[in-house]
Structure formats: C-alpha cells, structure tokens
Design a protein around this ligand. Structure first.
Ligand SMILES: NC(=O)c1ccc[n+]([C@@H]2O[C@H](COP(=O)([O-])OP(=O)(O)OC[C@H]3O[C@@H](n4cnc5c(N)ncnc54)[C@H](OP(=O)(O)O)[C@@H]3O)[C@@H](O)[C@H]2O)c1
Length: 330
C-alpha cells in the first residue's frame, strides 16, 4: 500500500550549512517495537545538530543520507508500537529522536518510549521542546558530576556557569539555584539582566578582562564550573578554582578526553571532566514536572515554521541565541 507523505527538511551530504537543508515530502515513519509515532508540534535545535552536519561525528553520524536532523521533539501521540505501555494515542509528549535515524524536522517523528515524557497539555509544546538535550545535559552535569541535590538539601557550592545565556547555560543557572548553589555566570553585556532574572547571584560580561579571566566579582573560588562556552585554556580556570574543583566541559574534544584519562592516573585534585548527556525518560520527566510547577522556564530566543528551518539553523550556527531556538509546526 502507498505510504502517506509528510513535509520534512533533510540534507543529503556533509557540509553546506543552512543552504543544504532541503524541503521534501517523504513517507510518514512507522513505530517499531517500543517506539511511538508523534504528530509534531514543536522541535528545538542544539549545536550538536549542525555539528553533525559539519562531520564532527563522522563516520558514526549520520548513519546514512538523506538525514532529517534535530533530536528535541514535542507533539501528540498518534500510534504506539508493540511493547509500549506508558503512552497511548492522544497523549501530549516530549522526547528525543535517535541521532542515528534523526527525524525532528518533519511533521511526524518516531521516538523511543525510553526517552519520552508526558507533558501537561495546558502548556504549549514550545515550552518543553527545548528540554531534552539542553535540559538533561544541565541536570546531569549538576546532579551526577558535581553532586548538587536539586531539592536544595546538599552542601552549598560555588558554581560558575559559562555561556549562561545559551540553551544549556540558562537551564543550568536555574537548576543550580534550585540546588541552593551560589551561581556566578558569564554572558554578553546585553544578557546580564536576563541571566540575573534566572537567579544568578553574580554575572560577568565575557568580553571584559574580568570576564575573560573568569574572575568572580566577590573573589569567590568555584567548587565547580558548568562550562558551556568554547574552549578555555586550563590556565584560565586553575587560579579561580577551590581545592577538589571540577570543570565540567560540555564541548569535549578527542584531545581533552585523552588528557582527562591520562590525568586521572595521577589523581589530580582539580579536574577537567568531559561531559556527554545520557538521555533517559526519568530525567526528562523530572524537568517537565519542574516546568509544570513553575520552577523551571524555557526562554525562547526565536521561533521558525518548518518552511523557514534554514533560518533557525543559521541562527544556531551564529552562536548568539538567548535561550532556545524553536521550530513550530501547524
Ligand atoms: N556534551 C553534551 O552532552 C552537550 C549537550 C548539549 C550541548 N553541548 C554543547 O554545549 C555547548 C553550549 O550549547 P548551547 O546549546 O548552550 O549553545 P547556544 O545556545 O548556541 O549558546 C549560545 C550562547 O552562548 C553565549 N556565548 C558564546 N560564547 C560565550 C563566551 N565565551 N562566554 C559567555 N557566553 C558565551 C552567547 O552569548 P552572546 O550572544 O552574547 O555571544 C549565546 O547567548 C555547545 O558547544 C554544545 O555543543 C554539549
């Protein structure tokens, strides 16, 4: 039988940036075992999406071309595959597509039940579409790597969040405050008031000498850094760190992973820790519930319809979004 078609955006080879994104019509995918088919309401882009197009994960990703990019998706369940027990048609959900198959920039997408969370229908899909990659990354870095207890019951720590105005950073500031941390944040001058409104105690403009040196205005040493900005030499972090501090590096390179492994052998007190998110429905549901309770906000930089996906893609590559870039579907 002829499969029904949907509108989607895909690219056919590495490189080419936003110009390589093509508007196409392709068959609506079918959910396999443990998978859910959703009608898309919103998606969000993460730097990883365009880094994959730039070959950063060659030859692993994309697994094949053509490739429909974007992993963060929110929509309504249309059909569930065999073995799915937690969701049914009509549920409003948020989740992640597999980076191997891709699929977020399309009218319908397939997601695994294990990386899907139920979201409240009364709040718009766009408020949740930013959570999967950026939110889970911020949550796991704070709770698993640094040991912050999000109910605020743990020891008070001094945390630095770099690029606090971005997707990961703006969630990290809010979550660190829930965990009762003292938060110093870096961002551009235009975002200082915004980052303070997220709860940061001290904010430094990254384009000033103090910002470039990551110096806390009150002279505090950091117990941990959620490092979302691009690479900084270790010599910039080192004088600002307390004993046993961790710098959690969101953009690890092959070299930094190797150097981390080698340094581990010498048991250094201050560590640069490469970080990779591990998507799971428990952490995602936790974040969704925080949004529902009004304890966590997604700040939306800009919204694009699917027909203007290339503009949102270009905006993300530009690197100056405040919060999340969202694609909305009719
Ligand atoms: N390891 C993982 O599992 C994982 C998961 C998610 C993301 N990441 C990585 O984490 C990084 C951040 O991701 P994101 O989604 O937050 O990026 P993003 O939203 O694109 O970040 C944009 C923001 O960063 C600010 N910024 C840029 N350079 C800065 C600097 N030197 N100091 C302070 N602020 C700066 C920009 O401010 P201005 O406009 O003022 O310049 C802008 O507001 C990316 O490299 C991404 O690939 C890793």
């Amino acid at each position: 039988m002829e499969k029904r078609l949907m509108h989607a955006v895909q690219y056919n080879a590495y490189g080419g940036g936003p110009n390589a994104l093509k508007q196409v019509e392709v068959p609506i995918p079918s959910p396999n075992k443990d998978e859910i088919l959703i009608k898309m309401e919103a998606a969000s882009i993460n730097p990883l999406d365009w880094k994959i197009q730039k070959r950063i994960l060659w030859p692993i990703l994309p697994a094949k071309f053509p490739y429909i990019p974007c992993m963060d998706v929110a929509g309504e369940v249309i059909e569930v595959g065999k073995g799915v027990t937690k969701f049914k048609a009509g549920d409003k959900v948020v989740g992640l597509t597999s980076p191997f198959s891709g699929g977020g920039l399309a009218e319908f997408a397939v997601i695994k039940e294990s990386v899907t969370a139920l979201r409240p229908p009364e709040i718009s899909a766009s408020e949740f579409a930013g959570l999967p990659v950026a939110g889970i990354t911020a949550l796991q870095a704070l709770s698993q790597s640094i040991g912050i207890k999000l109910d605020g019951s743990g020891e008070r720590k001094n945390i630095l969040v770099t690029a606090a105005s971005g997707g990961v950073g703006h969630y990290a500031v809010q979550l660190a405050k829930l965990g009762n941390a003292h938060v110093t944040a870096t961002c551009g001058a235009r975002n200082i008031e915004f980052v303070k409104s997220l709860g940061a105690d001290e904010v430094i403009d990254y384009r000033t000498p103090e910002g470039a040196a990551l110096k806390s205005p009150s002279g505090k040493k950091y117990d941990a850094v959620i490092h979302c900005a691009n690479e900084f030499p270790w010599s910039v972090f080192e004088p600002n760190l307390s004993m046993n501090a961790k710098v959690v590096d969101m953009s690890p390179t092959f070299g930094s992973v190797i150097s981390f492994a080698l340094k581990k052998l010498t048991f250094p007190k201050k560590q640069l820790v490469p970080w990779f998110l591990l998507p799971n429905c428990r952490d995602l549901q936790y974040l969704v519930d925080l949004v529902k309770q009004g304890k966590l906000r997604t700040i939306i930089d800009s919204k694009y319809p699917l027909t203007k996906a290339a503009d949102g893609w270009a905006k993300s590559i530009d690197g100056h979004a405040t919060g999340k870039i969202i694609f909305e579907f009719e």
